[in-house]
Design a protein around this ligand. Structure first.
Ligand SMILES: Cc1cc2nc3c(=O)[nH]c(=O)nc-3n(C[C@H](O)[C@H](O)[C@H](O)COP(=O)(O)O)c2cc1C
Length: 327
């Protein structure tokens, strides 16, 4: 079985990945947040720094490109492969209006000609393995009947499918019938991605799709960082609280060193808590952002640290149980 960390733009950057991978296990690799092919050169430098191989951790990463038919695809591919990468993932799933309405991300999906143009440009840009990450469509899941046959004509190493449509963003539920149809019609190796929030959900999906051997997890890696390990081994560690605390403290320390000023530091850590709070029972539904209110209210690093200590010292963890599962 292969298990990958999903890209979360603005969150799973190199700093986050390296801290996460030094505290938790279970993933075989990660896809990086997208590098926009249209980025102006100053912001492009920041994106390429994020994939600089000399500062990556032990887990292999696959750079992701966000590109539309009119973008400078060859130049971007050249910049990525010059760093030594021989795999690139194309983002065909980003649903944000600013991206999709310009014909990038999930905005590509309703336009077969644009899909062909981008794939032609990528496939003629050099020798590397190309994978894609898609949704079921932008407006309707029927769009997949248009673009899956196109994907089948290209030598793709993997197709990761997030079974929502673009206009859903992250709302509603995953469309498992749609996933089944897309994966059955796809000749490439398929990775399932979407709403694996706990071991039970993973088991349901594995039973329903026994032919799928590759899985990708995004938000749950932040909500319950032990989940990939639990999926991999069937067990959870006995010292979750201590390990979560050590992970948090490392992340805080490295962001304190690298971010500019307390405001950025607190914003970043509160964003992390929007997911991690789930481990402490905040947030209600699994999909809801779950930052504990006392942490959200903190206006200085000192107040933040006090709130975090109080949480770790007194609030019980609610994720998972420590009973081993039988595979
Ligand atoms: C904040 C955020 C940022 C994301 N950034 C990216 C991205 O850069 N590239 C991409 O392909 N998907 C991106 N996604 C989608 C995720 O990779 C993933 O497909 C989605 O969250 C569903 O998986 P999950 O339910 O395991 O989180 C993002 C999702 C979120 C919530």
């Amino acid at each position: 079985m292969n298990l990958y960390l999903a890209p979360l733009h603005g969150i799973t950057n190199r700093i986050f990945r390296n801290v996460w991978f030094s505290h938790f296990s279970g993933f075989d690799g990660a896809v990086t947040p997208f590098i926009p092919a249209a980025a102006a050169s100053r912001s492009a430098a920041k994106h390429y720094r994020d994939i600089d191989p000399s500062v990556q951790g032990p887990v292999p990463v696959e750079p992701q490109l966000l590109a539309g038919p009119r973008d400078a695809i060859r130049e971007c591919v050249a910049s990525i492969t010059a760093l030594g990468y021989d795999e690139i993932n194309l983002n065909m799933g980003c649903p944000y209006a600013m991206v999709a309405k310009k014909g990038r991300g999930s905005g590509l999906l309703p336009h077969p000609d644009a899909v062909r143009t981008v794939l032609d440009a990528l496939c003629s840009s050099g020798t590397f393995h190309l994978s894609v990450k898609i949704r079921l469509g932008q407006h309707r899941p029927e769009e997949l009947d248009g673009f899956i046959p196109i994907l089948n004509n290209y030598p793709l190493s993997r197709v990761t499918i997030h079974p929502r449509i673009g206009k859903q963003m992250y709302r509603g539920t995953v469309d498992l019938e749609g996933f089944e149809r897309a994966s059955c019609n796809c000749v490439h190796s398929v990775v399932y991605n979407g709403d694996i929030f706990d071991y039970g959900m993973f088991e349901v999906l594995r039973e329903r799709f026994p032919e799928i051997d590759s899985w990708m997890i995004g938000r749950a890696a932040l909500m319950d960082p032990f989940l990939p390990e639990e999926i991999r081994t069937g067990t959870r560690p006995p010292d979750e609280r201590e390990r979560l605390r050590a992970y948090h403290d490392d992340l805080f320390a490295v962001y304190e060193r690298t971010l500019y000023g307390p405001r950025h530091l607190l914003d970043k850590m509160k964003e992390i808590w929007g997911y991690l709070g789930y481990s402490f029972g905040f947030g209600g539904a699994p999909r809801a952002k779950a930052a504990p209110p006392e942490i959200l209210r903190a206006k200085t690093p000192v107040a933040y640290t006090v709130a975090v200590s109080r949480l770790f010292d007194s609030v019980p963890l609610t994720c998972g149980d420590v009973t081993p599962h039988t595979h």
